[in-house]
Every structure is written in structure tokens, then in C-alpha cells.
Ligand binder design. Structure first.
Ligand code: GLU
Length: 319
């Protein structure tokens, strides 16, 4: 069993990221498995080295550890996506050989929706209609002389995608949900969808536990696994945490960053205990070390509802 946590270093780790990391770590540790840390900085315009370092320091402060990662190395190094571009290019070449890629010349505005941020199909708007799939060789040559194309993966439009999610339950996505998707942008950036599949496969990851915002990215990733001839991991998508304003935790909830909580002098055991309690893993709010939880973890015990951090709930953490 090999689990992983794969943060994007574009902001400070917040308490919601910490919860996902803790659950992924517990899933691996409770099964006696290995835990891998991977830095997903494939979008260099959004990622910052200081934030990558801060994320690792914050997660260690929380009591998590990893057998392989950017700072400790390991058999599948490097563990930083910006150093793995060669592997993504090899996968693109394999997809190209099997006829699954095509050049797309749609405008930047049309493509804004498929930007790097892995926020799932839901945030993308209407499915890509396949405009450039039907270009004739001559039209393609004309457009190529004017601008650089992005590369799209042609999804299988005949089959629904089904999988059993260990946390979210059985899933069925309609054929070609979201349409053909970008695997390499016109500016050369590799997409999250491709990088994450190449990395999880190459690193022998057997279990992916991550936030529910990525549930609807999974059918795309499963299609990539299939096209590349690789066995997919098991997936568990856990509910997200929301601020008292009802919005998904983000930079604006600065007080809920691990760095701020740490800075306020709160003990890491208190944070872990609070996370375990709101996740349904322990019965009351009490300080606990991550290592003490590993023996008791069961994925089916983790609360299935989104967690709204009301002021009351927050007081339990910071009082
Ligand atoms: N890097 C992604 C994020 O920070 C997570 C990717 C994944 O777990 O598949 O949202």
C-alpha cells in the first residue's frame, strides 16, 4: 500500500489541506503502507519555492512524516513536478502515437476555463465541443502558421466511466463528461490531469485520498490510465471544509492557515485532535498526536458531510 499527499505550493496550507493530509497519512500508516510527499508545482506561474518549503515544515509540525519526498528523496525521485517534465513529455508521445491527441487552436478566452487550477469539471463551464478535433489537415496547417496549439486528449465518447470511491461511494460519469481536455497548454505547460496520472503511476501509488473537489477529475484521469495502459490506484475523495462565510477555504481565510495557527502558539496535538474530532475519528475534542490515531483509523468512519467551520467550532480550536 502506497499513499501520498500532493500539495500545490501556490498558497499557505490551511486547516482543510491539513485535514486531507492527515487522512491520507492515516490511511497509509494504518495499513502499514508507505507515504509519499509530492510537490505539484507544474504551474510555475502559481507556485513558489518558499511556499513549498513552508508546506513541508507545517506538515511536519503537525506530526506527519513521509518515507519519500522532495526533502528526503526516495526510489522514485524527483518528487517535485517541475523536475519531472521529461516523463510527462514521454507520456504525451505515447498518447500521440496511439492517436489520442489533437491540436487545439481555440482562443485563450475559450481556454481560460481549462486553466491549471485543479478545481474539477464543475468549475469549467460547458464541455469542450470538440471544435478542433474536426479540422482538416489544411485548416490545421493554416492555424499552425498563426499560433501555437494546445494539445487535447480525445476522450472515449462511447463508454461511461464507473469507479468505486472508498469514501464517496460508487460513481458513474456519463460518456465524455467535460469533453476532450487539455493535456498541454499552448504555452507549454503540462496540465494537472496528465502530471498527476504520470506521477501516481510512476511512483507506484496504490491509494489516492484527496479532496472531493477532485472527484470529477477522476474520470479524466481514469481515461488517461487506460490510454497509457497503466493500472489505476484506488480513490477516496473526502468532503471539504468551508469557512464560516460558507466558502471553500482559501487565502482569504488566512487565520485558518497552519502557519497562523502555529504562530499563535497553539499545540499541534490540539490541531490534530480537533481535525480528528470534526472528522468523526474521535468522540471528543482533545489533544492527540497523529501517531496515536493511526491504529484507530477506518475510512468508513470519516464524516461524509462537508464541514462548515462555524465560530463555535473555531473556538474549540483556538480557545
Ligand atoms: N495538487 C492538487 C491540489 O493541491 C492535488 C492533486 C491530487 O491530490 O490529485 O489541489
Amino acid at each position: 500500500m502506497r499513499g501520498r499527499f500532493a500539495p500545490t505550493p501556490s498558497g499557505l496550507m490551511h486547516i482543510g489541506n491539513a485535514r486531507t493530509a492527515l487522512l491520507a497519512w492515516l490511511q497509509a500508516r494504518s495499513a502499514g503502507g508507505a507515504f509519499v510527499m509530492r510537490m505539484e508545482d507544474v504551474d510555475l506561474t502559481r507556485s513558489r519555492t518558499e511556499l513549498a518549503e513552508q508546506a513541508l515544515a507545517d506538515l511536519r509540525w503537525l506530526g506527519l512524516d513521509w518515507d519519500e519526498g522532495p526533502d528526503v528523496g526516495g526510489a522514485y525521485a524527483p518528487y517535485t513536478q517541475s523536475e519531472r517534465i521529461g516523463m510527462y513529455e514521454e507520456a504525451l508521445a505515447a498518447l500521440e502515437r496511439s492517436g489520442r491527441l489533437y491540436e487545439c487552436y481555440c482562443s485563450r478566452a475559450e481556454l481560460a476555463a481549462v486553466a491549471s487550477a485543479p478545481h474539477g469539471l464543475g468549475s469549467e463551464g460547458p464541455a469542450y465541443p470538440g471544435t478542433c478535433r474536426l479540422l482538416t489537415p489544411q485548416q490545421r496547417a493554416e492555424r499552425r502558421s498563426l499560433k501555437m496549439p494546445s494539445l487535447r486528449f480525445a476522450v472515449d465518447a462511447a463508454e461511461s466511466v464507473r469507479f468505486d470511491d472508498l469514501a464517496a461511494g460508487p460513481q458513474t460519469f456519463p460518456p465524455a463528461a467535460g469533453g476532450d481536455f487539455v493535456v498541454k497548454r499552448a504555452d507549454g505547460m503540462i496540465s494537472y490531469q496528465l502530471a498527476v496520472v504520470v506521477d501516481d503511476a510512476a511512483m507506484g501509488i496504490t491509494d489516492v485520498l484527496r479532496g472531493e473537489d477532485l472527484l470529477d477529475s477522476t474520470p479524466r484521469q481514469l481515461q488517461l490510465y487506460e490510454a497509457l495502459g497503466w493500472a489505476p490506484p484506488r480513490f477516496a475523495h473526502v468532503p471539504l471544509m468551508y469557512g464560516s462565510d460558507g466558502k471553500r477555504l482559501a487565502k482569504r481565510h488566512g487565520a485558518l492557515s497552519l502557519a497562523a495557527l502555529r504562530g499563535s502558539g497553539i499545540a499541534p496535538e490540539k490541531v490534530v485532535g480537533w481535525l480528528a474530532a470534526v472528522s468523526g475519528l474521535i468522540g471528543k475534542f482533545e489533544p492527540v498526536r497523529a501517531s496515536e490515531l493511526a491504529g484507530h483509523f477506518r475510512i468508513d468512519r470519516v464524516t461524509k458531510e462537508d464541514i462548515l467551520i462555524t465560530d463555535d467550532l473555531l473556538n474549540r480550536l483556538v480557545e
